[in-house]
Design a protein around this ligand. Structure first.
Ligand code: TYD
Ligand code: MG
Length: 470
């Protein structure tokens, strides 16, 4: 009998090699190559038959771009306003969407709510390889949508799922999760690169062929990437990440790839005992319960897509008990905070090298925008001096290595949002002056334009109305 040919495939990046290697030549990761059997020759004329020659199908006709009708594709609302916002206005028919996130973050809950909300208007199918129909029913009861017209299929077999999709032709289908789908044609284990790639390719054909919207749930690895090869992210139209701290109330839905819309929108949900609720006034929700007039707390305005969000940054400084001081951050990049502390120390010689420093974005939000820099430093100095900031004060601005305050985008929208939430003192980069001069603000608003960290700190801490909290 002829020996069956095998190849070695990296489970992280999909790189293929004919022999085993300890380190993948594609992505450089160690011990990620797994042996897989090569598929046999594809039957001629079947899918996967790409031989050039006279047998090319007639369907491969070339059309001029201008001849294609340009009418706007009708989007399908997901029934959840925040999900629609992240998708860029709803689902586009025939699109393949991937939702990744930590276990227990609420992916299955979100999608079940979405199906329940759309089920009365469209035919929807929930394919679960992780939970039994009974478990799904229990969850639906908890979400109070137990009687919603949703078709369920508990299956992991690739052929069964494809067959059901082809027969039922749903408008919207959810596959929970892509890692559980198993094709008996392939010898590798469920969740391996070959299985995931095969399943996704098949589902892509269904989505494009039947116009079905397919949402895939993908698990994430320890370092936060969607498990399996990156090819998965390349194949789908939209990639969403569901994030947040599991023990906190708020969940953020972020888009990292979108062929049909912007990628920087953020959807904000609150996990309640009746499932996920869209958060309407996000700034108010994120600032609720904020301690007023305590040292180490500052508020800034961040742009999340088209929406400004007010968030609180907290800092705590303590003399270090050990040789190497701790630098802990939550919601902010640790290296960025370390750099900001170095800038601060260079300017003021606070001796932060002997201080443990903790900086935290409240609410479980993760912020990558440099506009938060000045706010983080205001919170740090406030904790260092044990003195609260001026009341109702909003701080934003990027901080450079020389201690200069640099411009940020959309300053007027950030300020407007803060005014709506009752803030009346603003510390902002000098270069934003022209943008803000055009804005008509209430009389009691004070705008302080600063070019150096020192100027900002003078305004924040020298005010006569600042009270010392003992
Ligand atoms: P789930 O959707 O199962 O997460 P995933 O599919 O991403 O793994 O979410 C489960 C978590 O959500 C679980 O910790 C319980 C919590 N939860 C609520 O707090 N309220 C609810 O109404 C539901 C259905 C779940
Ligand atoms: Mg789940």
């Amino acid at each position: 009998m002829a020996k069956r040919k095998t190849k070695f495939v990296c489970q992280e990046c999909g790189h293929e090699s004919s022999g085993w290697m300890g380190r993948c030549a594609g992505c450089g990761d160690w011990n990620t190559l797994i042996e897989e059997q090569m598929p046999g020759p594809a039957p001629s004329g079947g899918p996967g038959h790409w031989a050039l020659g006279p047998s090319l199908p007639d369907a491969a006709t070339v059309v001029p771009l201008s001849d294609i009708a340009a009418e706007d594709q009708q989007r399908l609302s997901s029934g959840l306003s925040e999900l629609d916002r992240v998708l860029g206005g709803g689902f586009v028919p025939g699109s393949l969407i991937l939702i990744g996130g930590d276990p227990g973050i609420g992916k299955s809950t979100l999608l079940l709510q979405c199906l329940a909300a759309t089920g009365s208007r469209q035919s929807v199918l929930y394919v679960s390889g992780e939970e039994s129909p009974r478990q799904i029913r229990l969850r639906a009861d908890r979400l109070q949508v137990g009687n919603a017209p949703i078709n369920l299929l508990a299956a992991t077999d690739y052929a069964t799922i494809m067959d059901t999709l082809a027969r039922k032709k749903p408008d919207l289908a959810v596959i929970d999760s892509i890692q559980t789908i198993y094709s008996t044609e392939l010898s590798s284990a469920p969740g391996s690169v070959a299985q995931i790639r095969e399943a996704t390719a098949g589902l892509l054909r269904v989505a494009k062929g039947l116009g079905t919207i397919i949402v895939l749930v993908g698990h994430v690895t320890k370092d936060g990437a969607i498990a399996g090869p990156r090819v998965l992210e390349h194949m789908v139209d939209t990639v969403l990440y569901f994030e947040g701290e599991r023990h906190m109330r708020y969940r953020m839905l972020r888009c990292v790839k979108n062929r049909f819309g912007a990628t920087d929108e953020l959807g904000l949900f609150e996990m309640t005992d009746r499932g996920l609720l869209a958060v309407d006034n996000a700034s108010m929700a994120l600032l609720s319960g904020r301690p007023l007039q305590v040292p180490g707390s500052a508020v800034t305005s961040c742009m999340e897509g088209t929406r400004p969000l007010l968030i609180e940054v907290q800092a705590l400084l303590q003399p270090s008990a050990y040789g190497a001081p701790q630098r802990m951050t939550q919601g902010l990049e640790r290296n960025r905070v370390t750099m900001l502390l170095a800038v601060l120390d260079k300017q003021f010689q606070f001796g932060l090298g002997n201080m443990d420093t903790y900086v935290n974005v409240v609410g479980g939000l993760r912020v990558n925008e440099p506009a938060i820099d000045l706010c983080a430093l205001a919170a740090v100095v406030s904790s260092y001096k044990n003195e609260p900031l001026r009341p109702n004060c909003l701080v934003f601005g990027e901080v450079g290595l020389a201690g200069e305050i640099r411009s940020v985008s959309q300053a007027e929208r950030r300020v407007q949002e803060a005014v709506r939430q009752g803030f009346n003192t603003f510390i902002l980069p000098g270069s934003c002056r022209t943008a803000l001069d055009k804005l008509s603000l209430p009389d009691q608003c004070d705008l302080f334009y600063v070019d150096k960290i020192g100027e900002a700190m003078d305004i924040l801490f020298s005010g006569g109305d600042t009270q010392h909290v003992s």
